[in-house]
Write a protein that binds this ligand. Structure first.
Ligand code: HAM
Length: 402
């Protein structure tokens, strides 16, 4: 299933013209702190830092966006093309308490589209539609797409101010973390899981009053395009996401059967991150899906309905130790001709070797005894029909390739 998911994702992302990028699994700690935000839980509580003998701090990557942006800047990708569309598939690490759907090492399939003057709701819509299509292609059903906008950096400032004002009277009711967040990053309070904080947040009803007209139009444009594409969504004004780099569009896709860790995928626009990390002022948008959560949300495939991907074609049996060298030679010739084969290294009884052949799932069994060797033939048994016949050794490859 892992391999099917990855193969299907690579195929689909290719049709949207995304190219694969591989970045190291660890980077300088400062990169994550500067990108994801000092006050985000991912940096504050979940960063797995490495003990190294040199001065610079290193940490296992908790997500892929920061590394892709680092690489984009380092390799001056902005000079190569107007819009860089990259995807990655790989492990991410967060020091969390493991539970169903929440792991310390998990895997993401993520995409990032980065380029100057590419902030158009069409690209946001393309990214969201791609995310939905990816999940659908992988067999995930009954998911919900939630969208919101945070507006520009200035809009976010205004939003923070408005939130602080609205929450001022209730600070004492918040959890310890959120009392700290009130000062340092008030957005985080909106997605705190603590029940007291949720009760306070429920009464807030955050709206879009803080948005500039431009931001409102951008968001309206996005919704219209999504509707045109037939992508169903739900607007959730309290959706702010847990990482600092977002501006304008944010979204999350949840699947209710997953329980408390119900987000299969999430993403959004981050127009200031590249510049903030020392690169050019370019716009960007992306998402990342959690592969383990996709697996949990996928319908279980009844055993036997899907043939194994690499079914063995030929299992070679030597009935006597004397003919083993010959049998081994045949096996190697088959493999060189591209036929997947294996052999039993123990010249045990025919019965036990046939049992091993059966267990291997091989389509054919190639049997060689002293009799066969003398005649220059092998016995070829078709494991699907049970039929066995003698074939000339030199015809074997052609028959098996057929
Ligand atoms: P994120 O919401 O932190 O966003 O993670 C994206 C997805 O990764 C989640 O929806 C979830 O499916 C999966 N995930 C996260 N943490 C865990 C965990 N501990 N165990 C299992 N699965 C997990 C990001 O990482 C952003 N970089 C997404 C993005 C890309 N935004 C723009 N571009």
């Amino acid at each position: 299933m892992w391999r099917d998911i990855e193969a299907e994702a690579r195929r689909l992302l290719g049709t949207y013209n995304f190219r694969e990028i591989r970045t190291p699994v660890f980077e300088e700690t400062a990169l994550f702190k500067r990108s994801l935000g000092q006050t985000s839980d991912v940096v504050n509580k979940q960063l797995l830092e490495l003990v190294s003998s040199n001065e610079e701090g290193l940490a296992l990557r908790p997500e892929g966006t920061a590394s892709v942006v680092r690489s984009y800047i380092e390799n001056s990708m902005d000079r190569r093309e107007a819009l860089t569309k990259l995807f990655y598939i790989g492990p991410m690490f967060r020091g969390e308490r493991p539970q169903k759907g929440r792991l310390r090492q998990f895997h993401q399939i993520g995409v990032e589209a980065i380029g100057a003057n590419t902030a158009t709701p069409y690209l946001d819509a393309e990214i969201i539609a791609l995310n939905v299509e990816l999940l659908r292609t992988l067999g995930v059903r009954d998911f919900r797409l939630k969208i919101n906008t945070l507006g520009s950096a200035q809009d976010k400032e205004r939003f923070s101010g408005a939130l602080r004002k609205a929450l001022h009277a209730d600070v004492a009711k918040l959890c310890e973390d959120c009392r700290d967040r009130f000062e340092r990053n008030v957005f985080r309070i909106l997605d705190c899981k603590n029940s007291d904080c949720r009760a306070v947040v429920a009464g807030l009803n955050p709206g879009h009053e803080h948005l500039s007209e431009e931001s409102r139009n951008y968001y309206a444009g996005l919704k219209q395009i999504l509707q045109g594409l037939g992508v169903e969504f739900e607007e959730v004004p309290s959706l702010v996401r847990g990482l600092d780099y977002y501006t304008h569009t944010v979204f999350e896709i949840t699947q209710p059967s997953l329980g408390s860790q119900d987000a299969v995928s999430a993403g959004g626009r981050y127009n200031n991150l590249v510049a903030q990390l020392g690169g050019p002022q370019v716009d960007a948008v992306g998402f990342a899906c959690g592969v383990e959560r996709i697996l949990l949300a996928m319908p279980a495939v009844p055993p036997g309905t899907k043939p194994p991907q690499d079914r063995l074609k030929a299992y070679v049996i030597a009935l006597d130790q004397n003919v083993f060298p010959k049998a081994f030679g045949i096996l190697q010739r088959l493999r060189r001709a591209g036929i997947a084969g294996d052999i039993s290294y123990k010249a045990s009884s025919m019965k036990s070797q046939m049992r091993a052949a059966d267990k291997s799932g091989s389509r054919y069994v190639v049997i060689l005894g002293e009799e066969e060797e003398k005649k220059g033939v092998v016995a070829l048994k078709d494991m699907t029909t049970g039929e066995q016949r003698e074939v000339k050794e030199e015809k074997l490859i052609t028959i098996l390739q057929g």
